[in-house]
Design a protein around this ligand. Structure first.
Ligand SMILES: Nc1ncnc2c1ncn2[C@@H]1O[C@H](COP(=O)(O)OP(=O)(O)O)[C@@H](O)[C@H]1O
Ligand SMILES: [Mg+2]
Length: 144
């Protein structure tokens, strides 16, 4: 796949930045002319990934969140959300719907939401060094 445009964003893991990251990503992908539904899906998936980095990845302490958005020739968008937080021991288990390590505070549906709104969701993680969530979606725009 041939990348035609890319942007990177580094921000503090503060909850105020969650809203900023959705807006920044949606502004960058606007050149592919996504329809409202596609835009909403992508913003929601980005929110879930960024929220996870803030509340699970960095828990009590604070750190940086790294977002890379790449646009490809065939209208595919790839968004990587990376943290250098605690990491995930069992990725398969973490991705199961309703699984959460946050007790009754969280629904455990973040990964399920990402998977239903995006075409591909890949997670790589190492306990102690952090997590990368890679989200992909093809944009059809008005043709859909
Ligand atoms: N960036 C991350 N760093 C560490 N753990 C994570 C991260 N993202 C997800 N997890 C783990 O995966 C679980 C499931 O995530 P998710 O499906 O979003 O549900 P929820 O956020 O409601 O717990 C979390 O409870 C957490 O244990
Ligand atoms: Mg979550």
């Amino acid at each position: 796949m041939n990348c035609i445009n890319e942007m990177r964003l580094i921000m503090d893991s503060k909850s105020v930045n969650e809203g900023f990251s959705r807006v920044a990503v949606s502004a960058f992908i606007a050149c592919l002319d996504p329809n409202i539904e596609e835009l909403t899906d992508i913003k929601t998936a980005v929110s879930e990934a960024v929220t996870n980095a803030i509340v699970h990845g960095y828990k009590e302490k604070e750190g940086k969140i790294y977002i890379t958005v790449s646009l490809f020739e065939n209208n595919i968008i790839r968004i990587k959300v990376r943290d250098k937080g605690v990491g995930i021991k069992d990725i398969e288990k973490a991705m199961e719907p309703l699984f959460t390590t946050a007790g009754s505070e969280r629904a455990g549906l973040g990964f399920a939401v990402m998977e239903s709104f995006m075409d591909k969701v890949r997670v790589s993680s190492k306990p102690g060094s952090g997590t990368t969530v890679c989200l992909e979606k093809k944009i059809w725009g008005k043709r859909l």
